[in-house]
Design a protein around this ligand. Structure first.
Ligand code: XIL
Length: 546
């Protein structure tokens, strides 16, 4: 067992007490990680800035998958599961543990503020039938070569089947190295469940001497947000630069109706109340998608997978209608005629150029057939009313095969009389994306006579399987040029709105998808909420459009 060097060889009674306290704060897991590195053991003693100066750098709810968490230890597996949850739709199941220190970890290298005090909290549950044990949360720095440094955040006793909260503050010291957060136990090797993990860091003030982007654009400028963006400095940044919101996850079926008839409007209300209170419009996202839809949608009451039979088809359409109506009723009840939601992504990611008919063969398609897209638009119009614009939303619409599929689908929908008002281009692009191809797609859709919007803009600075070990300044400059050229192409065309997929880099989904990319920085504001070269590029693109 390794003890802090400071304490070895002393016998004073007072040190027994100190030892007890330190034992809570300093790692003691029996792993052979060599002698201490001599740095002072950082503790939870430093003071935390006031709440309004903190921003959330990690918020894992496991409603949408493992959210970038990975196994810690040989043979360990992690998987998001919808059967047990502390809150929301799911939690992370950590199984296959054969050592107490086995657990789950997430890379925070790009997100922690060196030299600052962070707040960290998580909910953990020991597997059924497990003996009582302590669970603990630890931040670890791997300096590469030297010994790791451990900063203990919290430790608490847990009994099987009960959720316990771990929370604390931790000072992240200056210095190089990779950082990760992990959860483990002290004795037990039982399965663990993890849910609702939050890490917050102190943040400098929002710049007030830079141009508000929304004042420079002619169309609404949107941003994808979650409840964690609606207070303190993120909220200040949001209100300064944006005048439309898209709930990043709060309106997805898995959030709103995790089990049939069990409606959870909590997160959606938070986002929409904020919009209503500040006069922002909201782009609803989303009704029909192959992801973020709970399994029950596609299962008969006896658990059998729905087929394409007339009966199963009717059941799935009824469920879609009931889901849509529940949201519409809730909006009417809460906001009357003044709902902030002015448009909706009705069907998300319907295209698949690999299929002969160009449509993704999702569960929606399997049960309802190719007409499901038109059906979804009809239901949306009937339930949501005539005043909201209904969008077909998709990604990589600049790729020629996807562009062709998109144009064909919109024409088919129009021919079928489906009430499609607009096309949303997600616009998850990167430094190599060809702006001319983007422009060609925008022109092709304009020719169809529907409105169109950029719904989820971000510009990745790394390839999907590329691991950066820092955020290179030259890539941020290249990103500025890419954003400038894209925005110039947008400004020259008639778009209903432009939306960015996240407020500041830490909040980008690309930090966790498709792999952990802790130094990915695809947005307009950096981890400290400060304007990036890409922000300048955005303004330049608007100016350059004449
Ligand atoms: C992403 C969210 O940003 C993540 O927080 C979530 O874990 C997964 O979904 N296209 C879409 C969005 O239409 O809904 C996705 O959002 C990003 C890709």
């Amino acid at each position: 067992m390794r003890r802090p060097a400071l304490l070895i060889g002393t016998g004073a009674v007072v040190l027994v007490l100190v030892l007890l306290v330190v034992a809570l704060l300093v790692r003691d897991d029996g792993r052979d990680d060599g002698p201490d590195d001599g740095s002072p053991a950082p503790t939870a003693s430093a003071s935390t800035p006031p709440a309004e100066a903190m921003t959330t750098v990690l918020s894992s709810s496991f409603d949408e998958g493992d959210e970038g968490w990975s196994p810690l230890g040989d043979g360990v597996q992690v998987a998001a599961a919808q059967d047990v949850t502390h809150d929301g739709a799911g939690s992370l199941l950590v199984s296959g543990r054969s050592e107490a220190w086995h657990g789950a970890a997430v890379d925070l290298s790009g997100s922690l503020a060196r030299g600052q005090v962070h707040t960290v909290s998580a909910w953990v549950r020991l597997g059924d039938g497990a003996p009582e044990a302590d669970v603990q949360l630890t931040l670890e720095r791997d300096p590469g070569g030297d010994d790791p440094l451990y900063v203990h955040v919290a430790r608490v006793g847990a009994s099987s089947g009960d959720w316990v909260e771990l929370s604390g503050t931790a000072e992240v010291p200056e210095g190089d190295g990779e950082w990760r957060l992990y959860v483990e136990t002290t004795e037990s090797t039982a399965d663990l469940r993890l849910d609702d993990v939050t890490v917050q860091r102190p943040t400098p003030e929002v710049q007030t001497d830079v141009t508000a982007l929304k004042d420079a654009t002619e169309v609404p400028l949107g941003v994808a947000v979650g409840p964690q963006d609606l207070t303190g400095r993120p909220a200040e940044l949001l209100l300064r630069h944006f005048d439309q919101l898209t709930p990043e996850n709060a309106m997805k079926p898995i959030t709103v109706q995790p089990a049939e008839g069990e409606l959870d409007f909590g997160p959606m209300d938070e986002v929409l109340d904020f919009a209503a209170a500040h006069g922002l419009t909201v782009h609803g996202h989303t009704l029909v998608w192959h992801r973020s839809t709970p399994d029950w949608f596609f299962e008969a009451p006896d658990g059998r997978p729905l087929t394409g039979s007339a009966e199963d088809r009717a059941l799935l359409l009824d469920r879609l209608r009931a889901h849509t109506r529940a949201i519409a009723d809730h909006l009417a009840e809460r906001y009357g005629d003044a709902s902030p939601v002015t448009s909706w992504d009705v069907v998300n990611e319907a295209l698949d150029p690999q299929q002969p008919d160009g449509l993704r063969h999702s569960r929606w398609y399997e049960v309802l057939g190719p007409d499901y897209v038109a059906e979804a638009f009809r239901i949306a119009r009937e339930e949501l009313g005539p005043d909201v614009a209904l969008y077909l939303n998709d990604y990589d619409t600049d790729a020629p095969d996807r562009r062709r599929g998109l144009v064909r689908l919109v024409m088919d929908l129009q021919a079928a009389g489906a009430p499609v008002d607009g096309v949303g281009h997600q616009m998850h692009v990167d430094l190599g994306s060809d702006v001319d191809r983007v422009a060609t797609t925008l022109d092709a859709v304009a020719a169809l006579g529907v409105r169109q919007a950029v719904t989820e803009l971000d510009v990745a600075i790394s390839g999907r399987d590329e691991q950066l070990d820092r955020t290179p300044p030259d890539r941020l400059e290249a990103q500025r040029g890419q954003v400038r050229d894209l925005v110039a192409a947008f400004a020259q065309r008639d778009l209903a709105f432009v939306g960015v997929w996240g407020l500041y880099d830490t909040r980008s989904w690309l930090r966790a998808w498709p792999e952990e990319r802790p130094y990915e920085a695809p947005l307009l504001f950096d981890d400290d909420l400060q304007a990036k070269p890409a922000y300048e590029g955005f303004l330049e693109g608007l100016g350059g459009a004449g």
